[in-house]
Design a protein around this ligand. Sequence first.
Ligand SMILES: Nc1nc2c(ncn2[C@@H]2O[C@H](COP(=O)(O)OP(=O)(O)O)[C@@H](OP(=O)(O)OP(=O)(O)O)[C@H]2O)c(=O)[nH]1
Ligand SMILES: [Mn+2]
Length: 172
Amino acid sequence: MFACEKHSDQRRKDPEQTPYINHPIGVASFLVEAGVTDLVTLQAALLHDTIEDTDTTPQEITALFGEAVCRVVLECTDDMALPPSERKRIQVRKAASASYDAKLVKLADKLYNLLDLCRAVPVGWTPRRVQAYFAWSKQVIDCCAGTSPILEARLNYLFEHGTFTFNGMSIG
Ligand SMILES: Nc1nc2c(ncn2[C@@H]2O[C@H](COP(=O)(O)OP(=O)(O)O)[C@@H](OP(=O)(O)OP(=O)(O)O)[C@H]2O)c(=O)[nH]1
Ligand SMILES: [Mn+2]
């Protein structure tokens, strides 16, 4: 409910403007499907974009869900004050030394976003930008290798077989 309320006025970037909360719920679902039962990890998955994308503070997360959950959420939080290219570079670097729980959330986050790109391209994105997101995601995923065989197998399958459609054209 906390994540629902925090993300309530946000939409995804797809043409349908899907409610943003579908994303954190989907990330948590992928973890459940991969056999994750740890409550800290699943709570962190539901909350993983609240500090990055809403007015939520680490203090709020700690008070309501505890320090362990807050730690994982912070590990999945980019500093939005930095320019995008810097943010992306830092995310790759930080992924390698992230905790096991944070690596699980990062893998499920990338799986959701990559599958979502195959479903619908965000408004204004060029094929080149979609491809750049796939390439950069691969770097983050590689830094999280050896964390979840099921999530990693799903991601590998996506990299081998995934396609997205642009102006009616299917692009591999
Ligand atoms: N594929 C897809 N992504 C969407 C959509 N709407 C919002 N997003 C979000 O956009 C982010 C990816 O877009 P970028 O342009 O690379 O990221 P940026 O907003 O941080 O600059 C992801 O944020 P994130 O979850 O914080 O992950 P990440 O930036 O760490 O990958 C993703 O959740 C959508 O319709 N499709
Ligand atoms: Mn996310």
